[in-house]
Design a protein around this ligand. Structure first.
Ligand code: MG
Length: 394
């Protein structure tokens, strides 16, 4: 996600997205920004790329209803602005409509360029720290020819030639002044206007994937890029959770810790078997999934869980993680007590937890600490446990 430009302190940034064109070179008779890309209009993807920014969306008057529907779901604060007869007139309408609202910077983006990355947006904003105007572009690497009637008629040196992209980035007042000074209204983009008004435009490295969808074959290519990005995102979906639990000592001759029965001169008091380590671990998994805690899934008010073996809870949490497509990458449980000594049982605890969760024991850590005789654990009034777990989208 991009840094929300306008929210924090610092320069207030507006993003103008131009979608008023009627360009139908992409086929199907529908303007390209409204054609479907991976099941959604191209413009929906473009809006999402700038989520978090203040947005002004320039549309054709006939598209107001469709645009309002898309905007409501993605960028509800976006202003809808009616475009003019040319691209330049459309951008000018947006700048005039948003003038006087404290914007010091503006990014101007083609509505049909849905794959602009957060990294490119960040580069454009950074460029405005030292430039009044900046535009992303890629150096031309293919040989260039001139041709006529499908025959090469001459060579075109490619040195110093660049392929222009958007978002083009400007200090707001500078580009507004350039638009006001332009009487022809025919400029292909805002860089052309900026140059005409004497602004120096810095070139920022663009991105090959930052396609402008223009011709029919651009669509399958863009869908492929989107699919790759989504695959990468889901592979990188990592969740972390923590859990903490305490149980008091009561009379008894054994207790359960991390699935292992240990002889002791006290038992632990609890509604279930009071396995404090397993409870902390279970809560860590629920926490990583943002699924509440044990109490939510197994209410203590429900008599059926009285004296329940805690592996029921842990198995449920691990199953929930699996059902949501997550693998448990590792977990780390710390028991806090003076007695019993945990070290001699740690390996059996790891095996017990491994069996319940269906994991290799090498991914499970059980360790212990005393609290230096301080506090309730130090006074041997009870045992505390904390646990951390990491889940990875499988
Ligand atoms: Mg508990």
């Amino acid at each position: 996600m991009p840094e929300p430009g306008p929210a924090g302190p610092g320069p207030k940034t507006l993003v103008v997205i131009t979608a008023a064109g009627r360009g139908v070179r992409a086929g199907s008779g529908v303007p390209k920004q409204w054609r479907l890309l991976a099941g959604e209009p191209v413009l929906a993807h473009t809006l999402r790329a700038f989520q978090g920014f203040d947005l002004a969306l320039v549309i054709h008057p006939e598209d107001r209803e469709t645009a309002a529907g898309i905007v409501a779901g993605i960028a509800p604060g976006a202003q809808l602005i009616e475009g003019g007869a040319t691209r330049a007139a459309s951008v000018r309408n947006a700048l005039e409509a948003m003038a006087g609202q404290g914007y010091s910077r503006v990014l101007i983006q083609d509505g049909a360029r849905p794959l602009t990355s957060p990294a490119l947006i960040a580069r454009m904003l950074a460029a405005l720290d030292h430039n009044r105007a900046a535009a992303p572009a890629l150096a031309v690497s293919d040989a260039l020819w001139r041709g006529q009637s499908a025959v090469v008629t001459g060579l075109q040196p490619r040195d110093g030639l660049w392929r222009a992209q958007t978002p083009q980035a400007f200090h707001f007042d500078a580009i507004l002044a350039a638009h006001r000074a332009d009487t022809a209204g025919q400029a292909a983009d805002d860089v052309e206007l900026a140059l005409a008004s004497g602004l120096e435009v810095a070139i920022v490295e663009g991105e090959e994937d930052n396609l402008k969808l223009t011709f029919p074959p651009d669509f399958p290519r863009a869908e492929q890029i989107l699919a790759q990005r989504r695959g990468k995102e889901s592979r990188m979906d990592i969740r972390m959770g923590n859990g903490f639990d305490v149980h008091a000592f009561t009379e008894g001759d054994h207790l359960w810790l991390c699935g292992v029965k240990i002889a002791h001169d006290h038992a632990l008091l609890g509604h279930s078997d009071a396995d404090v380590g397993m409870h902390a671990l279970t809560d860590a998994i629920y926490g990583a999934l943002a699924e509440g805690d044990i109490g939510r899934h197994f209410p203590p008010s429900d008599p059926q869980w009285k004296g329940a073996a805690s592996h029921i809870f842990l198995r449920h949490a691990a199953g929930l993680a699996r059902d949501q497509g997550f693998a448990i990458s590792n977990c780390d449980v710390t028991l806090i007590c003076e007695r019993p000594k945990i070290g001699p049982h740690a390996a059996s605890m790891q095996s017990a937890l491994a069996a319940i969760m269906g994991l290799n024991a090498s991914r499970i850590s059980v360790k212990a600490t005393t609290s230096e005789r301080l506090g309730f654990t130090g006074r041997e009034e009870g045992i505390a446990s904390i646990a951390t777990v990491v889940l990875v989208k499988a």
